[in-house]
Design a protein around this ligand. Structure first.
Ligand SMILES: Cc1ncc(COP(=O)(O)O)c(C=O)c1O
Length: 418
């Protein structure tokens, strides 16, 4: 059963100050989970989690995670700047990008971030545009060696990363240019709940590290297994047991790396697992419609959370104050975009919903607000942090119509552009 860390009364009070729709994150739950995550994986040598900033790019969330010992996985200039602003710098940042503009590499290098190259041609590009750093990492795409999953797709169809042959070629090129410190990264799945999949990724990278040592004499400083640990969006799903997963990886480490006298650090760069379950999109039912189906229309839209519309993803819904009521109705829960896939739920069994009821959409803490957009003139909602003492802090104000117009050249009322 999925629970909510606030009552209807509390949320009504909050919504008086910060109108719905709003995103709210449970700080205490994020911290407790982060501690559990770190502890479980601490059996791996030099373990570090680089939180995937793209999942929840908010400085207050980054600050909490920094305090819990996490670094930042950045993929763009603004994400690098966000990390810098909360004091995450140097090798606490992993910069994993693709089709990267020179100015982004420049900032990453200035910050002393670990630069993870997506393609062999970027070696020359990086060298020419900003110079090579002391430590360079490559992203490996195993192609047909591995199968992906529904969200991320098959590796050989993915635009990311080096082929196996390019990896060896790339390390050789860097050696020739005097680089002496290297890392290896991969990211082959998304929202994966099967720990065996990650253990297989570990096996793949560990075997590769041994081969790289044999063929090139390089002892990799670290192996980054990527992100992609899934979360139980559905109430009947089970969360990944980190202790079991860490042990599987540790066993493979022992079997392959320790046996070859190698001792690289092990990194992860999860986003979803770190904040996903601890963020909620709160919306109000503003309409009901009875046609060929029963509809509940909300003041949130897929512009606030696009996973259901984009991937058909399940997000659990709680009707606040009706947690104990039986799910007697079958609804499509919709937003107001002119897109028929703007539905948070289809044929969902829920208690009877009245207009003005508050609906809580679960597991919106990662790739939620972050994937927001302005289609149909929709404005991004506020983000709030629920503190341990029950108070809330505004960590991003809601967009206003002025914000929406701010980048437009409107012209005058006679239709003349300025
Ligand atoms: C390179 C990279 N690392 C990490 C992540 C985080 O993935 P997740 O939030 O599924 O853990 C992503 C997600 O898109 C990614 O592209």
């Amino acid at each position: 059963m999925k629970t909510v860390p606030f009552t209807k009364e509390q949320m009504e009070k909050i919504a008086k100050i910060y109108p719905t729709p709003l995103h709210i994150y449970d700080e205490q739950a994020i911290r407790k989970h982060a501690q559990r995550f770190r502890e479980a994986f601490s059996i791996l040598p030099g373990f570090r989690e680089y939180f995937a900033v793209k999942a929840t790019p908010n400085p207050s969330i980054l600050r909490v995670l920094k305090e819990e010992g996490f670094g930042a996985d950045c993929s763009s200039l603004p994400e690098l700047m966000l990390s810098e602003q909360v004091g995450i710098t140097g090798e606490q940042i992993m910069f994993t990008s693709n089709d990267t503009p020179a100015k982004e590499y420049k900032k990453a290098k200035e910050l002393g971030a670990i630069i993870n190259l997506d393609d062999i041609t970027h070696i020359e590009y990086l060298e020419k545009e900003v110079g090579l750093p002391k430590l360079v990492c490559f992203r490996f795409n195993p192609g047909p060696e591995r199968s992906g999953n529904a969200i991320i797709g098959e590796p050989q169809e993915a635009k990311y990363g080096f082929t196996r042959a390019q990896l060896f070629e790339g390390y050789k090129m860097l050696l020739a240019k005097g680089v002496q410190h290297f890392g290896l990264h991969t990211m082959v799945c998304s929202n994966e709940l099967n720990p065996r999949y990650f253990a297989q990724t570990a096996t793949m990278l560990f075997e590769l590290a041994v081969e790289i040592k044999k063929r090139l004499g390089i002892e990799l400083e670290f192996l980054n297994l990527g992100g992609g640990i899934g979360i139980p969006y559905r109430p009947e799903q089970e969360a990944v047991d980190y202790t079991v997963l860490a042990k599987m990886i540790a066993d493979e480490y022992e079997r392959l790396l320790s046996a070859a006298d190698l001792r690289p650090n092990i990194y992860l760069e999860c986003g979803r697992a770190i904040t996903g379950p601890f963020g909620y999109l709160v919306t109000r039912a503003i309409h009901e419609k009875h046609t060929y189906k029963e509809y509940i229309g909300c003041d949130a839209t897929m512009a606030n959370l696009m996973r259901p519309g984009m991937y058909g993803a399940y997000h659990h819904i709680t009707v606040l104050g009706k947690e104990q009521q039986p799910a007697t109705e079958t609804y499509d829960v919709t937003g107001s975009l002119c897109e028929n896939n703007d539905k948070f739920a289809i044929d969902r069994k829920l208690p009877k919903i009245e207009r003005s009821d508050l609906l809580v959409i679960h597991d919106a803490g990662a790739h939620g607000h972050a994937m927001g957009f302005n289609y149909n003139g929709k404005l991004r909602s506020a983000e709030l942090l629920l503190k341990e003492d029950g108070s809330v802090k505004l960590i991003r104000r809601a967009e206003t119509i002025e914000d929406y117009f701010a980048t437009l050249n409107i012209g005058d009322t006679n239709g003349k552009e300025k």
